[in-house]
Structure formats: structure tokens, C-alpha cells
Design a binder for this molecule. Structure first.
Ligand code: RB5
Length: 148
């Protein structure tokens, strides 16, 4: 699978570890930064990953910051992205089966690295169930250009 990954400084160590793990499993990984532990701004990297997925240059995306919140908020601003902030494998599995999530967000200050890897593997290895969930995905996609 082709996977885009990105993090801010808080997620940098996790990104490097997760990237190497995914490569060792045979995945192709596109690293959108950050490339050091120097303090930086998470929207830059979450947007870059989301764009790779939305433009179909990657099959899935992984975004990491301290809590996972900032990167998930950012990724979900990009049209076509369904980013799921997951803190356990149950959420990762359901994010795929029911929500067809194409980006996973992880908080490096929230969960341990081994747990994060297990959650991400579940996310990558689970398929969308379709059926009634398809209709709900379309209802999400219909939310465009809200006029107040
Ligand atoms: C950086 O200190 C931190 O705010 C960021 O990694 C993230 O947790 C934001 O949501």
C-alpha cells in the first residue's frame, strides 16, 4: 500500500518509527515531514498528507501530533478526506468498516508507540463494509459550501 505520513515536532519520533516499521512490512511510504524535532506547525504536515490522499497519490494517510487533535482537524478540512483520531484498535477498525476513513490521526503524547503501531496496522488492514454506511459517507460529502 502507498501511505503518506506526516507529523509536527511532537510526533517526529513516532513518525520515524512508524515509517520504518511500515517500510519493513513492504509498504511504500511518502514522508511529508517534518524532518527534525525543531518546533513547527502541525497544519503544514497534516495538509500535505491530506492532499496526497485526496489527489490519489497515496492510498491512506497517517498524521501525528501531540494529541492527534490538531492534525485531525486540519486533515478534515481537505475535501474528500475522512480523518479519524483513534486511541484504540476498536476505533481504528470501525473507522474503516463504518466511516471509510482514509487518514488516521494519532497522538504521540496520548498513546505508547507499540500501541500506535497496532492501531495503525488495524487501520491499514481493515476494509470498508459499504452497504448502509455508503449512504452516510455520501451525506458527509454533500456538506459543501455552507451559506449562513
Ligand atoms: C504542539 O505542542 C502541540 O500543540 C501539537 O502537537 C498538537 O498536540 C496540537 O493539536
Amino acid at each position: 500500500m502507498k501511505i503518506a505520513i506526516g507529523s509536527d515536532h511532537a510526533g517526529y519520533d513516532y513518525k520515524e518509527n512508524i515509517k520504518n516499521h511500515l517500510i519493513s512490512l513492504g509498504h511504500e511510504v511518502i514522508d511529508k515531514g517534518t524532518y527534525s524535532k525543531e518546533s513547527t506547525d502541525y497544519p503544514i504536515y497534516a495538509k500535505a498528507v491530506a492532499e496526497e490522499v485526496a489527489c490519489k497519490k497515496a492510498d491512506r494517510g497517517i498524521v501525528i501530533c501531540g494529541t492527534g487533535i490538531g492534525v485531525s482537524i486540519t486533515a478534515n478540512k481537505v475535501s474528500g478526506i475522512r480523518a479519524a483520531l483513534c486511541t484504540n484498535e476498536f476505533m481504528a477498525r470501525l473507522s474503516r468498516q463504518h466511516n471509510d476513513a482514509n487518514v488516521i490521526a494519532v497522538g504521540a503524547r496520548v498513546i505508547g508507540l507499540e500501541h500506535a503501531i497496532a492501531i495503525i496496522e488495524t487501520f491499514l488492514n481493515t476494509s470498508f463494509e459499504g452497504g448502509r454506511h455508503e449512504r452516510r459517507i455520501h451525506l458527509i460529502e454533500d456538506i459543501k459550501n455552507l451559506k449562513c
